[in-house]
Design a protein around this ligand. Structure first.
Ligand SMILES: [Zn+2]
Length: 460
């Protein structure tokens, strides 16, 4: 058993329970007690963690990422989404299992250092003969020790079929569906304490066919897995949907049975009032990615209205090629800033941002009963943030310190009861080795795509 004590605790439970000097008691991979003061005496051996000066929260849940992009950061830095994609597709066409494994280890290690205990991933580029890319990133997640929800993504609408991606990075529908079924059979774990669950994720309305979306819907129902895609990220996408399907992106998905509790959608920036109501009524999840939306100038997602409508809203860092920082804890502040730029200082509160980053994200991934809050019976995914250093010590409220202050160092991060970060250091991998491997993989990928690195290591 482990007890974390003498710390502030923000549980993110439905009542918003907090303790100013509380404890969290863990037995194996589960939380068994949370409360004010010292933990009740326990028989047997117990490891005590002194949380003085710290805030305990649920581990953060990242609802949208593209881990392979970790090794393609810093390209097309002043572009719209469609310009950025057009520049990056040819580079991504060169990835393989080895480079994806390197990128995933680096990206997941970095996520853990920013408080993330569960991450989704949306992988949708599968070049011919690249090897088993999903296996590579699942192996990386096991090494880092993070709970992982990779999705088998896909693109089948290449340029010759009126889509945006070049034909060399798209697959045919039969290959996609067979590979998706195989991934579910090989890796999906439906058990309550699963470390790996697979989702199905055609990439976006402008890169996949209607037929693929329909077949993906059927496959998800058949296997009882979640569905995910990008939606309503930019005005360009809205224009594409109107021109191609004669409706908005949300109407398009709705017509295909793609709204519901087993669906979560990345971005949802450009929504009508009717679309917001529909997402709420169907309890369709939204992965809000405020830094990525800012980096690409996509717009501000209507998060307060989505929450009011009843839609589960989680936070996501999005792929590192459109969000080089990739720190999940920073997304709390970014979410607050964007919502307040649009709707004033009360549009979104620090505790709402914390809820989105924890229980909101858990609900998006279909795991609200297992993770996302500090409650007896939930899995022991816990972040213990150090708030007594120079950056935070004098901030009055610990939750405001976490959300509005600089990224807080982690005294401890446990996933399934195991320490992944302690004393601010990743314990499951060597950070310097991850960085060196990522830099080497980046340079190899750029060379293979005919984009030579310049002398300072940047690429032209
Ligand atoms: Zn994305």
């Amino acid at each position: 058993m482990i007890v974390i004590e003498n710390c502030a605790v923000a549980t993110a439970d439905d009542a918003g329970t907090e303790y100013s000097h509380g404890h969290v008691l863990v037995d194996g991979n589960r939380i068994v007690a949370v409360g004010e003061g010292r933990a009740p005496a326990q028989p047997g051996e117990i490891t005590r963690v002194d949380g003085s000066g710290c805030l305990a929260t649920p581990g953060l849940v990242n609802t949208h990422h593209h881990l392979y992009q970790w090794i393609t950061r810093g390209l097309a830095t002043d572009s719209t989404l469609f310009e950025w994609l057009t520049e990056l597709y040819p580079v991504w066409a060169r990835i393989d299992a080895e480079s994806v494994g390197v990128a995933a280890r680096a990206g997941l290690g970095w996520l853990a250092l920013s408080g993330c205990t569960t991450s989704a991933d949306h992988h949708y580029v599968f070049p011919d003969d690249a090897g088993d890319l999903l296996a590579a990133e699942i192996g990386a997640a096991r090494e880092i020790g993070i709970r992982f929800h990779p999705t088998r993504g896909s693109m089948d609408r290449g340029r010759s079929a009126g889509g945006l991606p070049p034909d060399e990075v798209v697959e045919d529908i039969d290959t996609i569906l067979a590979a998706t079924s195989e991934a579910i059979t090989a890796f999906h774990d439906p058990s309550p304490d699963a470390m790996v669950r697979i989702g199905i994720a055609p990439c976006s309305p402008f890169s996949v066919s209607t037929e693929l979306l329909s077949q993906a819907r059927e496959l998800a129902t058949e296997h009882g897995v979640m569905l995910h895609t990008h939606l309503a990220e930019t005005i360009d996408e809205e224009d594409f949907c109107q021109a191609t399907h004669g409706c908005t992106p949300v109407e398009y998905l709705d017509s295909l049975g793609w709204l519901g509790e087993d669906v979560w959608l990345a971005h949802c920036v450009h929504l009508s009032d009717g679309a917001i109501k529909r997402l709420g009524a169907t309890r369709t999840g939204v992965a809000h990615c405020p830094s990525s939306n800012s980096r690409l100038g996509a717009g501000i997602a209507p998060v307060p209205a989505l929450l009011d409508a009843g839609a589960p809203v989680g936070l996501g860092v999005d792929g590192a090629a459109s969000q080089e920082a990739g720190m999940l804890v920073e997304e709390l502040r970014q979410a607050l800033y964007l919502a307040r730029l649009h709707g004033g200082p009360t549009a979104l509160r620090a505790r709402q941002a914390l809820r989105a980053a924890t229980i909101g994200g858990a609900r998006c991934l279909g795991r609200g009963g297992e993770i996302g809050s500090l409650e007896a019976g939930k899995l022991a995914d816990i972040a213990l943030w150090r708030l007594d250093g120079l950056g935070h010590a004098d901030i009055a409220d610990p939750v405001a310190a976490l959300a509005l202050g600089p990224p807080a160092p982690l005294e401890l991060l446990t996933v399934n009861g195991n320490a992944v970060v302690s004393g601010g250091e990743l314990r499951t991998a060597d950070q310097d080795r991850l960085a060196l491997a990522a830099r080497t993989a980046h340079r190899g990928l750029m060379a293979s795509a005919g984009r030579a690195p310049s002398e300072n290591g940047r690429t032209s």
